[in-house]
Design a protein around this ligand. Structure first.
Ligand code: PLP
Length: 370
């Protein structure tokens, strides 16, 4: 068997070449920039898939979170509740806006924002401006309970769905449930544009405003007139072409990711001390990454190192934000669930180009540790 590197999750263009067809169109019409038909098409097509009224294509998921916070009216000194167990890109834009994060723990049932911890935070900080919940690894958060609390306290709800394109909660696409949803098309996400993001919302006026801010806030005038602070956050027409092509294979990618996860679960379930991602009847995950936990004699680092010796990529679960040197000065509401997941979790290779022999090899290396 070849020793070709097995990746956690790497770009996977369609066999049919859909992406190149859209990129080709951009070249032929010379709509390399600015904006153009692919950007409009990508916004329309993604909004349709996720069931959102409107969408703004941006140059990263991080930019989309930044614009969501700005659209929500979050400014200097405002408090934002943010899921602690996540990638730092969820939290960084809170700081860009001069706002103050309060980190919220996860719960065992979803691995995402714990509604009880969120409620406790609302009691402590009733003046909070916005909440950012995350759908980690393609698992959905408990949106009904989180949305109910946000409605009760009249606080804007932002869903970081960067990892959950293709994930449904009670039949609704993640990212379309709160006031704003964001997606990422960074290189290791379920689909990629090489880099990019999308902000979706039911509030069309806000999305129009975000497009304005993201193109340097240029007022309607012949000369360059600016009455607001601007950003250079728009997606290019070439990049959007890749995205349109990738959307055509999203369902296939979800199917393969699910098969990868089911294989791991079937093969590794018997090992002592091993755990899997939570199953909830109301959740249809995209299984972006297959994650296991190990609480026995075998530690995550043992698995990661054993796989690395065979040129196979894996990694620990996200380190919670309230434990990060940069963020630990901020408050958190935690009962230690996110800490446990960080201590025990391993993200296994979930690349959609992985074949059956490679999957068997991964499982074999892991089993030998027990
Ligand atoms: C990837 C990711 C982001 C950031 O997206 P970029 O497009 O890389 O800026 C935000 N949040 C989460 C949870 C992510 O995994």
């Amino acid at each position: 068997m070849s020793n070709e590197r097995i990746y956690l999750s790497s770009p996977h263009m369609s066999e049919e070449g859909y992406e190149m067809q859209y990129v080709q169109q951009a070249f032929e019409s010379n709509w390399i920039a600015p904006l153009g038909e692919n950007v409009d098409g990508f916004e329309r097509e993604l909004a349709l898939i996720v069931g959102a009224k409107s969408a703004a294509a941006l140059n990263s998921g991080t930019a989309a979170i930044h614009m969501a916070l700005k659209a929500a009216g979050v400014g200097a000194g405002d408090i934002v509740f943010c899921q602690s167990l996540t990638f730092s890109a969820t939290a960084n834009p809170i700081i860009y806006q001069g706002a103050i994060p309060v980190f919220i723990d996860s719960d065992e049932a979803t691995w995402n924002m714990c509604p009880e911890a969120l409620e406790e935070a609302f009691h402590k900080y009733p003046s909070v401006k916005a909440v950012i919940a995350v759908h980690l690894y393609g698992l959905s958060a408990d949106m009904d309970r989180i949305a109910e609390l946000c409605q009760h306290y009249k606080v804007v709800l932002i869903e970081d769905a960067a990892e959950s394109l293709g994930t449904y909660y009670k039949g609704k696409h993640t990212g379309s449930i709160g006031d704003y949803g964001i997606f990422s098309f960074n290189g290791n996400k379920i689909i990629t544009t090489s880099g990019g993001g999308m902000l979706v919302s039911g509030d069309e006026e806000k999305i129009k405003k975000v497009r304005f801010w993201a193109t340097q806030s240029r007022d309607a005038a012949r000369h360059y007139e600016h009455s607001e602070l601007g950003f250079n956050y728009r997606m290019s027409n070439v990049v959007a072409g890749i995205g349109r092509g990738q959307l055509k294979v999203l369902d296939q990618r979800v199917e393969k990711k699910r098969a990868i996860y089911n294989f791991y679960k079937q093969e590794l379930s018997g090992l002592e001390g091993i755990g899997f991602m939570p199953d909830n009847a109301w959740n249809e995950p995209n299984y972006w990454l297959s994650v296991i936990t190990t609480a026995g004699k075998v530690q995550p680092i043992d698995i990661i190192e054993a796989l690395e010796q065979h040129n196979i990529e894996s990694r620990p679960v996200w380190k919670p934000m309230h434990l990060q040197p940069f963020f630990q000065q901020y408050e958190s509401v935690s009962q230690g669930v996110s800490e446990r997941l960080f201590a025990q979790g391993v993200c296994l290779p979930s690349d959609t180009k992985i074949n059956d022999d490679q999957l068997a090899k991964v499982v074999d290396i892991i089993k030998r540790l027990w």
